[in-house]
Ligand binder design. Structure first.
Ligand SMILES: [Zn+2]
Length: 606
């Protein structure tokens, strides 16, 4: 056998080097799964083995420095309820167990789920139980204290996750393959495709402007001269009123609070590209872009472009083997939404049995004490742990119950009393709402995987990242359709062998009509993510709906929602108002006219 030959050549069988040294020899990672050795062309191995300095005088074999090993990473993604956590554990065990005693392979799991980062609340956040973790180390679970109102932003997550990944990859004794499992779309996106890390929405991580949270009032004051220099360099003549506004911003004076529209219009003159990214009502972002301009003398859009180019250069270097390139294998376990729906519904019922309501009661008291201590609106359903599905859905029921029966703390049975008609109704409604919200979340996750992650990975296919999709629709076929193919693919991935793709499926398409899938694309982008911006998420001003009077508020429409907008009520009414449409009943000519007007509007925008 090829392997035996090579071993003899290397010296003594008993001193076979642990396969962790094999990456040094290039293709010889194939030897890792020593059982598969028959599939290897021995001719390929032997010369390489011969050249390996570690094999000369085979008695003194040492592991190569961790830095010279080929670094690999696995990600398991998919919508909620598909069995991601389970597959991650199975793969981690497969990697660890598959190795021989002397192979020193290992795997640990890093959760990329923004809700599971909170301590406790295991039911509501769907955390894997100790038992389900099967002794595989899990990271980034239960690391935030909900009592402190902690929140994690994507930048912090990426930083911490990368620290763990680096530590595992640099381990001198074990060849670790970290497995990311999740979860939260924008965490995954940024972790797997780091080129996208600095996006216009979440650039505060390494941004010139770190005054994100307070609308930019902490930034340093800029002198009048500097402001004029900046204006001169941009070559933008400002009307005096706007120049005064910019000066006031540069002084950080609070005595005059400009309106959201005034600020946005100023940005629109100075940096129209960036202005198109923000709705004029989004004062925080508008201010931030203006602050970047004041502090760097550069347009925020330009600054952003430069960051992007820099990243691309860095990525290019990475590809050339210039540094730290990690090979990434992404496994998406897909489940058909109709089938998944039933599973998700059942899961909600089960969560209630497992103590969901007790956790929500706990969360409610956390929210109250946060509100008391901070005096702010801690119970913001769009922030932190309070976004978790179930919390707001059960609010009405639990509030009712509290009013009727007093404090809920320590109440073990929170199921409605048979005599409590209203309670029963609210309870049933809460369950239905939670089921609906869960389904919608799953749907958004799938849309995002289909419309964002998969295409993004496709574009970077040559850069050490690959995606395979497995069909987890039938849980009874898990072993055959998911576990086994995933294990085979991972073996090939770790061995740099061609991937066995027989069981993989193509990117699932959306069966719904075009309009619906457009909507999905939007959902996928805005979704649960407070994150990503791209072209579809820039704003256009509808010339039909925006009143002609100067100073009136523009009708800003997301580019991605443009088609919906021009077919919507608001827009149609504006067309009636302008006499583009007549109300004389729908006839052929009106239909045509409507289409013309819509086309006209679209042209004005593009
Ligand atoms: Zn319109």
């Amino acid at each position: 056998m090829g392997q035996d030959l090579s071993l003899h050549r290397a010296g003594d069988v008993t001193t076979l080097p642990p396969p962790s040294i094999l990456p040094l020899m290039g293709q010889d990672q194939n030897l890792k799964g020593a059982g598969d050795v028959t599939t290897l062309p021995p001719a390929l191995i032997l010369p390489l083995m011969g050249q390996d300095p570690n094999l000369n005088g085979a008695g003194n074999v040492t592991l190569p420095p961790a830095s010279t090993r080929r670094k690999k990473l696995i990600a398991v993604c998919g919508s909620t309820g598909t069995g991601k956590s389970q597959l991650a554990v199975e793969l981690a065990q497969h990697i660890t167990n598959h190795a021989h005693d002397d192979t020193r392979m290992g795997s640990e799991i890093i959760s990329a789920d923004s809700m599971q980062m909170y301590e406790g609340l295991d039911v509501i956040t769907n955390k894997a139980t100790r038992q389900e973790m099967e002794d595989v180390p899990h990271h980034m679970l239960s690391v935030l204290d909900p009592r402190l109102g902690d929140e994690c932003d994507v930048g912090t997550f990426i930083q911490k996750a990368n620290q763990i990944i680096t530590r595992l990859h640099d381990d001198p004794n074990v060849d670790y393959v970290p497995i990311i499992v999740g979860g939260t779309n924008y965490y995954l996106q940024h972790l797997l495709l780091p080129g996208k890390l600095v996006s216009m929405d979440d650039d505060k991580r390494e941004h010139v402007d770190n005054s994100d949270s307070d609308g930019g009032k902490e930034a340093n004051a800029v002198t009048e001269d500097t402001v004029d220099q900046i204006l001169a360099s941009l070559g933008v003549p400002l009307e005096n009123e706007q120049r005064q506004l910019l000066l006031r911003l540069s002084e950080k004076s609070d005595d005059h609070d400009p309106s959201a529209l005034q600020l946005w219009k100023l940005l629109n003159v100075l940096d129209p590209k960036m202005a198109s990214r923000w709705h004029y009502r989004d004062t925080r972002k508008t201010r931030r872009s203006l602050n970047v301009l004041l502090e760097t003398g550069k347009r925020h859009s330009q600054w952003y472009e430069e960051q992007r180019e820099k990243e691309q250069v860095e990525e290019g270097e990475e590809e050339d083997g210039g540094g730290g390139g990690v090979e990434r294998m992404v496994i998406w376990i897909y489940s058909d939404l109709n089938t998944l729906r039933q599973r998700l519904d059942k899961r909600v019922d089960k969560m209630i049995e497992r103590g969901l309501l007790q956790e929500i009661v706990e969360l409610r008291s956390i929210a109250r004490s946060l509100e008391q201590s901070r005096g702010d609106n801690a119970v913001d359903y769009t922030r932190g742990i309070f976004q978790t599905i179930g919390y707001k859905e059960f609010d009405e029921y639990l509030t009712h119950r509290e009013r009727t029966f007093g404090s809920l703390d320590g109440t073990s049975d929170l199921i409605p009393d048979p005599s409590d008609d209203q309670g029963r109704k609210l309870f049933d409604h809460a369950i239905e709402s939670m089921k609906l919200a869960t389904r919608q979340y799953a749907k958004r996750q799938i849309s995002w995987l289909r419309n964002r992650l998969a295409p993004d990975i496709g574009r970077k296919a040559s850069k050490g990242i690959r995606l395979v999709i497995l069909d987890a629709t039938d849980p009874n076929q898990w072993q055959e359709n998911v576990n086994q193919p995933a294990s085979d693919i991972i073996d090939a991935f770790l061995n740099d062998a061609p991937l066995p793709l027989e069981k993989t499926i193509p990117i699932p398409t959306s069966n719904s009509p075009a309009k619906k899938s457009r909507k999905k694309a939007i959902n996928a982008s805005t979704a649960d993510d407070q994150s990503s911006t791209d072209d579809r998420l820039s704003f256009v001003i509808c010339p039909i709906c925006t009143p002609d009077e100067p100073g009136s508020e523009p009708q800003m429409v997301l580019r991605a929602k443009w088609q919906d907008h021009i077919h919507g009520k608001v827009h149609k009414n504006a067309m009636y108002k302008r006499g583009i449409l007549s109300r004389s009943g729908p006839d052929q000519s009106e239909e045509a006219q409507k289409k013309r007007a819509a086309r006209q509007a679209a042209r004005n925008v593009d």
